[in-house]
Each structure stands twice: as C-alpha cells, then as structure tokens.
Ligand binder design. Structure first.
Ligand code: ZN
Length: 314
C-alpha cells in the first residue's frame, strides 16, 4: 500500500554529499528503498541545526531542487495542486526544518524560499534562533516579533507551517496567529511516550481543530521508552491514539528515516522501521490493531495528499 512520508532529511543529505564530492546521490541512497517500501510521496527536508547562515540555506535549497529535477524519471516536484495529479512518479515536496539563517528582512527571505520550491517549513529545530525556540529551550519563551511576521508571510504565500520541534509557547503562538491549518510533520503522542518532542493531547486537539495533520515518527525514543518496544506495531498505536482523540483524517506519516545520512543512525530508529524499505511494516501494525484497508490508506497516503490538494495554491 502506498505511503506519503512527510519527513526525511534528504535535502540535507543531497547537499552534504555534494559538498563531499559525491554524485547521483538520490539514486545511490534513496531510490531503491523508497520503491521497495512503496513510498510514493516524500517531503525532502533541508535541515538546519542552528549554525547555518542564510547563504548556506539558499545553497542547500537550490541544490535540493537540482537533485529532484535530475531524477525526474522517478520524482515529480510538488509546488502546486496541479503537480499532485497522476501517480506515475514519486511526489517530492521540498520542506525546510529550522530557519536559523533568517535573521533580518524576514518577509523577503520567506518569499525567496517559496520561489525556490519550499512549500512546508518549521521556524526552528532544537535551538533558539531569531524567530522561535526549540523544544530544548525555555518553554515559556514564544515567537519573536520576526517569528510572528514569518507566520503571517507563510500564510499569505500558502507555505505550510510545521510545528514539530518548536517549544510549547511557540506552538501556541503559531496556533493563535496562523490563519491556515498547521501540521506536525514528525511527532507522536506524548500520552503514549513521554518525550518533549511528542505532542500533548491539547496540542493534538489544537492542530486538528485548525484542520491540520500529524506525521507518525519512527525514531525509537519517540515511540516507546522501552527499547524492546520501539517497533512499527507500537508506532501504529500512536496512530490509533491520535485517531481516537481527534479523528483519523488528522493522522499521517513522517518517519524521519536517517539511514542515508552521513553518520550512523541505525540504532535511533524502531528495529523494524530502519529505512524506507521497511515502511510497509507500519501497515501490518495497523492491520494487527484492526484497521481496515480504507482507513490505513487514509493514514499512509490520502490524508497528506488531500491536505496538500486543499492547501497548495493553483
Ligand atoms: Zn526533526
């Protein structure tokens, strides 16, 4: 069954490996696993941890566009509703995780990102930056004045706001400011796994109330505190929990696979969700929980597809 994965740091991988002199990066590190796992939609995240400046952000975003274009036999970039039509290719949408490089002239920089294909972005990763604060920072410090400007500019352009990683106060600032639905691309339910990266019931309800979606994250520590229970089946339970709380139409996938990145992240993932080729294990998990095919398909693909169809312009 086909899957839409709302978070993989592929943009970062493309650029870092390009800087290291590698070529054909998508073909070498992603293509086979995506096809094997029937992942037919992906957000290719350009991830910034807090130190990168604006020109580094621009170079990575530009290169992500190039890498997608040079694989257009397999991938089709999603910038508008129109691009979603037809299932001959894997859909690729460029997202940005953290905007640490944006320190001034914020509206023009957001407009540049939009012009360069970015359709989903989060204000911050784990750090504090000029716009917002990540979950590791003071939970009471919300968005800066420029952070509020960014939310409004993203709304105006139809760029979707991602709240995974932001701290509590920032989350509620985004909720109260955004005129459009917001998403958490890769976060689970804190009630089932008590990690600050996961969403409280109140946050899940607030995202759902605005018409947003939440992507199930296959990183072990966000799935279960017990290492032996870091599995696709336990991840499916997060999906069931969120569906029971706010409705199945708000549940999606955002696995956060890291197998392709420079470095060894093998142990960070659920033991049966190590890379995109394992993705069908989540479907088995939902079947075990008694979900029918139609409902599983909503979670694994249709909810993201329908959300983009509604929220993207043109
Ligand atoms: Zn992340």
């Amino acid at each position: 069954m086909k899957i839409f994965d709302m978070h993989a740091d592929m943009g970062t991988n493309f650029y870092e490996r390009k800087l290291a002199g590698e070529k054909e990066i998508f073909k070498k590190y992603n293509k086979e696993n995506l096809l094997k796992g029937d992942v037919k939609g992906i957000f290719t995240a350009c991830f910034f941890e807090g130190k990168e400046d604006w020109s580094y952000m621009q170079e990575m975003i530009k290169y992500c566009n190039e890498e997608i274009l040079s694989n257009n036999d397999t991938l089709r970039q999603i910038k508008s509703k129109e691009d979603l039509i037809g299932d001959d290719k894997t859909l690729a949408l460029i997202s940005v995780e953290g905007m640490c490089g944006i320190k001034e002239d914020v509206e023009n920089k957001i407009a540049w990102m939009y012009e360069n294909g970015v359709r989903v972005a989060s204000l911050v990763w784990n750090e504090s930056n000029a716009l917002a604060n990540g979950w590791k920072q003071d939970p009471l410090r919300g968005l800066s004045e420029d952070g509020f400007k960014v939310v409004k500019k993203m709304n105006e352009l139809g760029m979707i706001i991602d709240v995974s990683h932001i701290n509590e106060k920032g989350f509620w600032d985004v909720i109260s400011t955004s005129s459009k639905p917001i998403i958490a691309t890769h976060s689970n339910a804190r009630r089932l796994c008590n990690h600050d990266r996961n969403l409280t019931d109140q946050q899940i309800k607030a995202i759902a109330d605005k018409g947003g979606i939440i992507g199930l994250n296959a990183c072990g520590d966000f799935v279960n505190e017990d290492r032996n229970k870091q599995s696709a089946f336990e991840l499916a339970k997060h999906g069931k929990y969120i569906a029971d709380l706010v409705g199945i139409e708000h549940v999606a996938c955002g696995f956060d696979y890291m197998d392709f990145l420079i470095g060894d992240y093998d142990d960070d993932m659920c033991y049966d969700m190590k890379n995109a080729s394992y993705s069908q294990n989540l479907i088995e998990g939902f079947k075990e929980l008694g979900f029918n095919d139609e409902d599983i398909r909503k979670i694994t693909f249709d909810n993201v597809y329908n959300f983009l169809m509604k929220e993207l312009l043109l």
